[in-house]
Design a protein around this ligand. Sequence first.
Ligand code: SAM
Length: 229
Amino acid sequence: MRADNQDDMYLEKRERMVREQIERRDIRTPSVLEAMRAVPRHLFVLPDQQNHAYSDGALRIGHGQTISQPYIVALMTDLLKLQDDETVLEVGTGSGYQAAVLAHIAEEVHTIERHAALSDNAALIFEELGIENVHLYVGDGTLGLPDQAPFQAIMVTAAAPKVPQALLDQLDDGGRLVLPVGRRFSQVLEVWQRVGAKYEQEAVTAVAFVPLIGEEGWSEGTGDRSLMW
Ligand code: SAM
């Protein structure tokens, strides 16, 4: 990633974010902490939100969507247990911040977003930062990306009414899927792991995300409530 940290006036804020919001909440995986320290979150938020980029919450990014709270980004990344030679699918590019964090750890990241304008904006930021291992797609991520499968890890950053079967199908053996599942305004963060022909599932914590809208998600017109993760 091209960025001179010495010149980064946000470096101190980012360091404090990692210490107080992430390490203090018991995320200890070195690669995750390093990625959270490295990715300049303020470049992924709206210009008038840059002062709040390192605060302990979600922020609006336009189109009724949000960039998730830093802790949730770190937690979901941690739950994926990523190795540096793995390929990840992210559903819900949004600002591109989560994809940049994943790209700092994994070999390749494929990220799909239903709003072309958000995807285009994220592409510009990746270019500016010299991030070359993120591949962007516009479409319905509930169907995954069959042409790029299998994935060693899949992260869904919007709330699903149920786990999309297409995503389970596109997990590699041993692969992990992290996603919020539940009702429209409250969900549980779940981790699924493929073990041969079977799946193991674990519920982690309560969350509240914007809806996953698509064939294996909610239908269009499901109202958004601002500042969900
Ligand atoms: N990961 C994002 C980030 O780092 O900024 C935050 C994502 S935001 C909480 C959820 C995103 O999922 C929104 O941008 C929304 O448009 C997108 N989304 C919802 N349904 C989708 C679908 N079926 N396919 C792809 N993206 C979808």
